[in-house]
Write a protein that binds this ligand. Structure first.
Ligand SMILES: [Zn+2]
Ligand SMILES: [Zn+2]
Length: 277
């Protein structure tokens, strides 16, 4: 059968267009509808705009009625060409991202209990698959993994501290190895936490956790006592207003110095404090 490659749309556009600009319709002679895709879509959008909510209600009703068939079709389409199916899904996801996020959040909120239960069952059935999945997720979304860790820590801080403490008591050798390695890698961390602990013992007015590397950066990696360069291995922090005079443990009261220079000066000395006034 000889079918013309194009025809005039009878919709508002009245334009001659190629046949693939028309949706298929087997009941027509040329296998295509009389209105072009553009006109059909414009009609549909107009209807949706004039009847807000009606379209989605109709869709929902249709889905509820033909649920099994639709799901079966989806499964078949996926089995036929998973790659194509995923691409299509991704495209739709990108297009309706905002809407879908809101919908998903609402759905999760409403069905929290059953979702959690399903999740737990799934994990129990196949714990190894779950671990694998989590591992991959952490690789694919490092930022989100970090964020999730932070939130988890905030939520379960006391529990985690207790659990870690227990593990350490039960595994003293491993703990010692871990501490040694940490200390070799980040000597300044332990130095700062020791100083902070001392500040707590002396009940100083303000105590903040500071990052010694930030202070070293700020002070240009120069010792404020001897003015010579400092390295990660030789660094220490010095309280400008000394602890003995109840100087706070905060970044602005701390200066970079050599461990040696710090201990040589001892408390009650003056040169460092003079710098402040
Ligand atoms: Zn048209
Ligand atoms: Zn020095």
């Amino acid at each position: 059968m000889d079918v013309p490659a194009e025809k005039r749309c009878i919709g508002p556009c009245q334009t001659i267009k190629s046949l693939d600009e028309f949706y298929r319709d087997k009941s027509r002679k040329d296998g295509h509808r009389e209105r072009c895709k553009e006109c059909v879509n414009a009609d549909r959008d107009k209807y949706a705009k004039e009847n807000p909510g009606k379209k989605s209600a109709e869709c929902k009703k249709y889905y509820a009625k033909h649920r099994d068939r639709i799901n079966q079709q989806q499964r078949e389409e996926y089995a036929k060409d998973p790659e194509k199916f995923l691409v299509k899904n991704k495209k739709s996801y990108t297009k309706h991202r905002e809407k879908r996020l809101i919908y998903n959040a609402e759905y999760r909120e409403k069905n929290r209990e059953s979702i959690n239960q399903n999740q737990r069952n799934k994990i129990r059935e196949n714990p190894e698959a779950n671990r694998q999945h989590v591992r991959q997720w952490r690789i694919d979304f490092p930022e989100r993994a970090k964020e999730s860790d932070r939130n988890k820590y905030k939520k379960f801080r006391q529990k985690i501290i207790k659990r870690v403490g227990k593990w350490r008591r039960n595994n003293p050798e491993k703990t010692a190895i871990y501490h040694k390695r940490e200390h070799e890698k980040y000597p300044y961390r332990r130095m700062e936490s020791k100083q902070r602990r001392r500040a707590r013992e002396k009940d100083l007015p303000i105590i903040e956790k500071v990052n010694p590397l930030d202070i070293a950066e700020r002070d240009g990696w120069k010792c404020h006592i001897c003015h010579k360069p400092v390295t990660r291995g030789t660094m220490s922090l010095d309280h400008l207003i000394p602890v003995i005079a109840r100087g706070p443990h905060i970044a602005s009261n701390l200066a970079l110095c050599h461990r040696v220079c710090n201990s040589r000066m001892g408390p009650g000395r003056f040169p460092a404090q003079l710098r402040l006034f």
